[in-house]
Design a protein around this ligand. Sequence first.
Ligand code: IMP
Ligand code: MG
Length: 184
Amino acid sequence: MTMGNTFSESNLEVLIDARRIASRIRELGEQISSDYRGRTPHLVGVLTGAWVFMADLVRNLSVEVTVDFLGIQSYLASTTSSGEVKITKDLDASIAGRDVLVVEDILDTGRTFQYLQGVLSAHQPKSVKLVTLLDKAARRVVPVQADYVGFPIPDVFVVGYGLDYNQQFRRLPEVRILPSIAST
Ligand code: IMP
Ligand code: MG
């Protein structure tokens, strides 16, 4: 199948290797388990990028959790944010009264999470927090912050470990930098 790609993975510099990701997720798992001790957080993974992270995160938690997914599209075949967010898959279960922990792959402009906060809080959850594997704080245009951050990263476009460029590179076990892409 032709994807029309011009990038070969051998040209993509590794930013965070698989061992560092695994060890940081163990730490996040301990922190989150301790913060939610005695409760059953409801993890809401933001599709599609966050599914790999979420799968590893849940296996590092020692509290019981329930999980659901929300489909969001904010980047359409592009590395720049259109500022528009569209729900492509709604939640399956009610979040009323639940301790919701949103699981994101990357926090960039913050528009997606700001939008999600509005959508989720309309359904009366008990609490809403955010865990993101990656945080590109330099790119923020709306004032949102994650409660748990795996790795702060510079203003570069990254792929791998679930993150894609036009559906490419999600399968890579590490986070790599896509060169020559102006992440604006
Ligand atoms: P935000 O609304 O700008 O915070 O966008 C966050 C979403 O944009 C993420 O969940 C990703 O899907 C996508 N995104 C932002 N930066 C990158 C990147 O460097 N690589 C891949 N996807 C990205
Ligand atoms: Mg995303």
